[in-house]
Each structure stands twice: as C-alpha cells, then as structure tokens.
Design a protein around this ligand. Structure first.
Ligand code: SF4
Ligand code: SF4
Length: 156
C-alpha cells in the first residue's frame, strides 16, 4: 500500500516535471512591454480618432449621430455652420466641439458604426493611463490626427 502511494506520487511529479521541461525549450509567450511592441488583433478597438480627408478637411459634419448612438453618453458634440469661404468640413456644419469621455466609454464601436462619413474610428492606441480624471476627456484637437488622414478602419 505504502509503495503504491509512493509510486503514484513519483509518477505525478515526473509528469509535472515533463510539462516544465517541455516549456523550457519553447519560445516565451510573454512580451517585454513596453520595450517590445504588443501584437494587436486587426479588429482591436482602442482610443478614438477623428479622421480627415486627404486634403486636410475634417470628415466630421457635426450630425451628432455618434452622440445619439453611444450607450454610455461618452460623446459630446456641438455643431456649427461652416463658413462658405473657409469650410472646415464638406457638409453644411462641422463639429465645433467634439469630446470623448474615456471614463464612460466601453469601446463598443457603436459611434464608429453610426457615423455616415467614417469620421470617428477606434484606433489601435491602448495605453490610456492618466493621473488626472480631466485628462480622460479627449478634446477635438486630441482626437484629430493631422498626420494620418486615412486611419485604417478595422476589417469587418
Ligand atoms: S465606443 Fe461605444 S461607448 Fe465608446 S464612445 Fe463609442 S459608442 Fe460610446
Ligand atoms: S463623428 Fe460622424 S456621427 Fe459623429 S458628429 Fe461627426 S459626422 Fe456625425
């Protein structure tokens, strides 16, 4: 009886050590973040971005559909008529104020789907830690990305 228990215990330890030895020879699955980039899935939804057209014009036409679609009231839009001589967007109106409250956002992507001109998109930025609650409210200037007019939209 005692020998059987000893034998069973030794077998289990041997099996567990086998698993350890097997993983010793494999590449680690952990990543040295932030020194190494973290691989993201193509449909990952991160920090919002407001897109522009190639000519620099803002896509957003201030229709507020994203604000209405947001289930957590995380978006605030104030629209204003475009100056016909110097329009900000191709529509009649543009977003004078556009804010996203990251403390409310659940990253559902409903705003992205509601937008008729693909102006608001959820990008790939995920490092959004901050020290101050006010800094979690993204302003229009923070959301607009002048350097990247064609932020890639996630594949369906
Ligand atoms: S991703 Fe969802 S919760 Fe976040 S702002 Fe857009 S609609 Fe609102
Ligand atoms: S981001 Fe799109 S849905 Fe939201 S106000 Fe601008 S145009 Fe309308």
């Amino acid at each position: 009886m005692g020998f059987n228990k000893f034998f069973k215990g030794a077998t289990e330890i041997g099996r567990a050590m086998g698993v350890t030895l097997k993983h010793l020879t494999q590449k680690p699955i952990t990543v040295e973040y932030p020194a190494s980039p973290v691989p993201l899935y193509p449909r990952f939804r991160g920090k919002h971005e407001l897109r522009r057209y190639e000519n620099g014009m803002e896509r957003c036409i201030g229709c507020m559909l994203c604000e209405a679609a947001c289930p957590t009231a995380a978006i605030y839009v104030e629209a204003e008529e475009n100056d016909p001589n110097h329009p900000t967007s191709p529509g009649e109106r543009y977003a004078k104020v556009y804010e996203v409250n990251l403390l409310r956002c659940v990253f559902c992507g409903d705003c992205e789907e509601a937008c008729p001109v693909e102006a608001i998109v959820l990008g790939s930025e995920f490092a959004m830690a901050n020290y101050n609650r006010r800094d979690f409210i993204l302003t229009k200037q923070q959301l607009l990305n002048p350097g990247e007019p064609n932020v890639v939209i996630r594949p369906e």
